[in-house]
Design a protein around this ligand. Structure first.
Ligand SMILES: NC(=O)c1ccc[n+]([C@@H]2O[C@H](COP(=O)([O-])OP(=O)(O)OC[C@H]3O[C@@H](n4cnc5c(N)ncnc54)[C@H](OP(=O)(O)O)[C@@H]3O)[C@@H](O)[C@H]2O)c1
Length: 476
């Protein structure tokens, strides 16, 4: 018998950065908040050989380093660590996975009834295929059995064809209903609030269209250089790393029609439709950039190609601004700008809804059209810029800001994105995960330009680290 009260989470790649700094701290926070069921087990699997005690010690150190002090109650930490197990083995050995499977069965015997099992693939893409093959061949997974599911981390492929190939691999073992493709941006409060803001407030829907909105920008900026991450980043670039996934997902939530209900299937259907309506982009719709030396975050920074981890002469884009068009009744003619860059002036993610000018303006004093800014990070909030009369004689107008911040408005800590999404996956809620159809559409939009960039057939402008990117971006 399977009940909601028994859960087992298996982290593959358990010795890695993601597992130790995000996944296990998130599971601990869920545990302390009482969100995990009474009977649960977390089992790690990786190649690194170590005892369960050693792994628990490593997990404890990472909890201490990654969790707010107030949540670190010693008795909770000790209890949590007792639910953690560790197995080592190769990713391509069916025998090692058979051992893992047997070990899990033994752990599950302690449960009053059979738990649901969630496998988290926290591994590099190069070992996805052997891991999925080993899981199937050792008998751990049966296609269509929703008591066994899998969370897959991005990157979901490299382009349209590789995403289809990855899915073919997944499809041999899992049914789509068992697959949770995670994009942690979808678990951020400000992003989850987009639907509430649009559909639980009367004032937005009538103006949320081409008649009132001039442009929409989704922007992701980081004031850090690449440093030692060049090995990974140089193969991907900023479009694959940020735009094709995080920013496109945000765009879909901003642009989609109202779903028929707040149910996973209805939301996914509307998001799919929105992504499908986005036109394929060409190089004429893009400005690409690569940083050269400058001052970033108050520190001198060497140029991208001077980083030890980056191949000499690389033409890889560290900045991109892309103009997207949505071909539907609501958005035809409204440019959607997706912009992301490394080594810029600040680290922020925001959505800017720029409204049109008021037709037939009767005031002589200059003023700007309304602007709504949804800040996603570092400080989540909503700012609305309106025009106001400056007090005093005469009619002088000024833009003023209505300012809401989550910190002031709710005065409580925001749950982490991983925390939220892992809990959703444990509970079988797919609302905030990406389905196959949407994934393939999202690759189809960018694959033609990615092919040109990869083959060196794209113009990449230089910009100094610590600036707003190449000057050409403002001309797009
Ligand atoms: N870190 C993040 O914040 C983050 C964010 C979004 C997505 N992701 C994605 O999540 C996955 C895991 O990220 P991560 O940062 O934890 O990665 P990681 O530390 O590089 O790798 C995770 C584990 O996989 C094993 N591994 C590493 N390289 C391997 C190789 N070449 N062949 C076989 N096994 C290898 C290692 O364990 P053993 O050697 O012990 O087997 C390592 O501990 C990746 O797909 C990454 O793209 C990570």
């Amino acid at each position: 018998m399977i009940t909601n009260e028994n859960r087992s989470v298996v982290i593959l790649g358990a010795s890695g950065n993601l597992a130790l700094t995000k996944l296990l701290p998130s599971l601990y926070t869920l545990y302390t908040s009482g969100a995990l069921p009474q009977n649960f087990a977390i089992s790690g699997y990786a190649r690194t050989e170590m005892s369960v005690d050693k792994y628990r010690e490593i997990v404890k150190t990472n909890l201490l380093n990654n969790i707010e002090e107030t949540l670190l109650v010693d008795s909770f930490v000790q209890e949590f660590l007792k639910s953690i197990y560790y197995f080592s083995g190769s990713y391509d050995s069916v025998d090692d996975f058979t051992n893992l499977h047997a070990g899990l069965e033994k752990i599950h015997e302690k449960f009053p009834c059979k738990p649901t099992v969630l496998y988290y693939l926290s591994i590099p893409p190069s070992v996805f295929e052997p891991v999925i093959h080993s899981l199937r061949e050792c008998g751990a997974i049966e296609k269509g059995d929703t008591s066994k599911s899998v969370i897959v981390e991005k990157p979901f492929g490299y382009d349209t064809e590789s995403a289809k190939a990855l899915n073919k691999t997944l499809d041999q073992t899992f049914d789509e209903s068992q697959i949770y493709r995670i994009d942690h941006y979808l678990g951020k409060e400000a992003i989850m609030n987009l639907m509430v803001m649009r559909f639980a407030n009367l004032i937005f829907e009538p103006v949320w269209n081409r008649n009132y909105i001039d442009s929409i920008t989704v922007s992701w900026e980081e004031d850090k250089n690449i440093g030692s991450r060049g090995g990974y980043f140089d193969k991907a670039g900023i479009i694959r790393d940020v735009i094709q996934n995080h920013l496109l997902q945000i765009l879909a939530l901003v642009a989609m029609e109202k779903p028929s209900s707040y149910e996973s299937d209805s939301i996914m259907a509307e998001k799919n439709k929105a992504v499908k309506s986005i036109q394929q982009v060409t190089l004429d719709d893009c400005v690409l950039g690569q940083y050269i030396s400058g001052v970033c975050g108050g520190k001198p920074v060497i140029g991208y190609t001077d980083e030890d981890s980056v191949p000499d002469g690389s033409n890889r884009e560290t900045f991109a601004k892309i103009k997207c068009a949505i071909n539907n009744t609501r958005w035809s003619g409204v440019p959607f700008y997706l912009q992301a860059g490394k080594a810029l002036t600040k680290s922020t993610t925001e959505i800017i809804i720029q409204f049109k000018e008021v037709p037939g303006d009767i005031f002589k004093s200059p003023h700007h059209p309304n602007k709504l800014v949804i800040e996603v990070q570092p400080d989540a909030g909503i700012k609305f810029f309106i025009t106001n009369k400056v007090p005093g004689k005469g009619m002088v107008l000024k833009d003023v800001k209505l300012d809401f911040s989550y910190d002031d408005g709710f005065n409580k800590a925001m749950p982490g994105a991983y925390e939220r999404l892992i809990l959703d996956a444990i509970q079988g809620d797919k609302t905030l995960f990406i389905n196959y159809e949407e994934l393939i559409h999202s690759w189809e939009i960018f694959t033609p330009i990615l092919e040109k960039i990869d083959s060196g057939n794209a113009n990449v402008f230089k910009y100094h680290a610590g600036t707003n990117g190449p000057d050409e971006a403002s001309e797009l």
